[in-house]
Design a protein around this ligand. Structure first.
Ligand SMILES: Cc1cc2nc3c(=O)[nH]c(=O)nc-3n(C[C@H](O)[C@H](O)[C@H](O)COP(=O)(O)O)c2cc1C
Length: 167
């Protein structure tokens, strides 16, 4: 059984990366850590070409990562939360996974989990960053009928990111 972990954090050895690596290690299974900044992934073109072939028309690294996800037995996706939602790199990766649902539902029944870092404290309810981030990952996994195991939300790097909130 192989567990694939994918981090959308651009920072080397970031909170997001370290939390993901810890989660992968704790499975005691064969794992692979993927750092999305090491790959070039064009966003989904919404052409629906994959509905006919089960494969993406874009032959970049996203194509290979989609195959890798298809071959994995479990998936953990980790991202951070600029402007209180999931970061665009992680979201673009998720959208490129659309081919894996056609023909055979390749992800159906596979365990999946989410790790999300954030900096705006949960005591400020108007910015539910971590929950928005988790939901973006969770809804992907639910739509693919994966076995959503759960999430970890981590108060990460706050330096310089906290907004000035006017009352
Ligand atoms: C451009 C930018 C905008 C951010 N906006 C938010 C935000 O709206 N809400 C939030 O909770 N965190 C925000 N953050 C902070 C990150 O979510 C937080 O620092 C997180 O810990 C980053 O992941 P890392 O620690 O793995 O580097 C922002 C970070 C960046 C770079």
């Amino acid at each position: 059984m192989k567990v694939l972990g994918v981090s959308g954090s651009p920072i080397r050895n970031s909170n997001t990366d370290r939390a993901l690596k810890l989660a992968l290690e704790s499975t005691g299974l064969e794992t692979e850590f993927i750092k999305l900044t090491d790959y070039t992934i064009e966003p989904c073109r919404a052409c629906l070409g994959c509905r006919k072939t089960g494969q993406c028309v874009i032959k970049d690294d996203g194509f290979e990562l989609t195959e890798k996800v298809k071959e994995s037995d479990a998936l953990i996706i980790a991202g951070y939360t600029p402007y209180s939602t999931l970061d665009s790199r992680t979201k673009a990766f998720i959208e490129r996974l659309y081919p894996n649902r056609h023909g055979i539902a390749h992800m159906k029944g596979k365990p999946g989990g989410a790790i999300v870092t954030y900096c705006i404290p949960k005591s400020i309810p108007m910015f539910p960053a971590s929950q928005n981030g988790v939901d973006a990952i969770k809804y992907y996994m639910m739509e693919e009928e994966m076995d959503y195991v759960g999430d970890v939300q981590i108060l990460g790097n706050m330096l310089g990111y906290l907004p000035t909130i006017k009352s």
